[in-house]
Ligand binder design. Structure first.
Ligand SMILES: [Zn+2]
Length: 247
């Protein structure tokens, strides 16, 4: 089974009685809000799922040597449908979406394989988290860690300063804007030493944020950093989508 076939298989997997109880809210599609068959356990109707661009490869595979992270696992391309889901999660406080796509992301990590020490969510500054009321990467990490039976380490990486909106910035500009924005607290060094980290973000575009996080984690001793996201803009592919990413 190819990873793509795997993801499609997961999307159409019939719900068990237990899952019916876990996902009673999946009456409406996360993308189009039409009624969605309850058997679609990830809350994406067949029509929307068919139009999403599911990825079966690392979108950064051609440029990994430019980044501090080791690989990127992404469920789909950040196109129209994925953007609707992510905007619901980040802008409209539809936090229940985190469970649906967190489980999908966990399935993606299982399909791709690998062994990880812990899940680390991409952090926000405390001020940003207060403003939004939650950090969506922490919510995603909760469900991913549960599925993969891994601990979540929220204390090994912090965002130490706010970065201005990076919309319309080039990859190079974003990289310099982010320099030093993330760091591992002194006390995290022992914990991170030799660790294989699964870094969780909702969307990866230029890779600058994940790169800045990976630099900080590796500086503090992490052995490897694998990025797991719901959606990504493969380089040179759907460039315009990047302009619509909410920070
Ligand atoms: Zn739909």
């Amino acid at each position: 089974m190819t990873p793509e076939g795997g993801i499609r298989g997961i999307l159409s997997k019939a719900a068990s009685g237990a899952l019916d109880l876990v996902f009673p809210k999946n009456l409406y599609c996360l993308c189009c809000e039409d009624t969605c068959e309850k058997s679609r356990i990830h809350g994406i109707c067949d029509s929307c799922a068919a139009q999403m661009n599911w990825l079966d490869h690392d979108p950064f595979r051609a440029s990994l040597d430019e980044f501090a992270f080791d690989r990127v696992m992404s469920c789909c391309v950040y196109g129209f449908y994925a953007r609707k889901i992510i905007h619901g999660l980040k802008l409209h406080s539809r936090t229940y979406i985190a469970e649906n796509i967190g489980l999908l992301m966990a399935e993606k990590a299982k399909l791709e394989g690998g062994s990880f020490t812990a899940v680390v969510p991409v952090p926000m500054t405390p001020a940003k988290k207060r403003k939004r009321g939650y950090n969506q990467t922490e919510l995603l990490s909760k469900y991913i860690s549960r599925e993969l039976k891994l601990p979540v380490w929220k204390d090994v990486l912090e965002k130490v300063r706010e970065t201005r909106s990076m919309r319309l910035s080039t990859g190079e500009e974003r990289r310099s804007l982010l320099e030093g924005a993330y760091k591992a607290p002194e006390g995290a060094r022992g914990k991170l030493n030799g660790a294989d980290i699964l870094l969780v973000d909702d969307v990866v575009t230029t890779g600058s944020t994940a790169d800045a996080c990976a630099i900080a984690l590796k500086d503090a001793g992490a052995r490897s950093v694998s990025v797991l996201c719901f959606a990504s803009t493969a380089r040179g592919y759907i460039d315009s989508a990047e302009d619509n990413v909410v920070q």
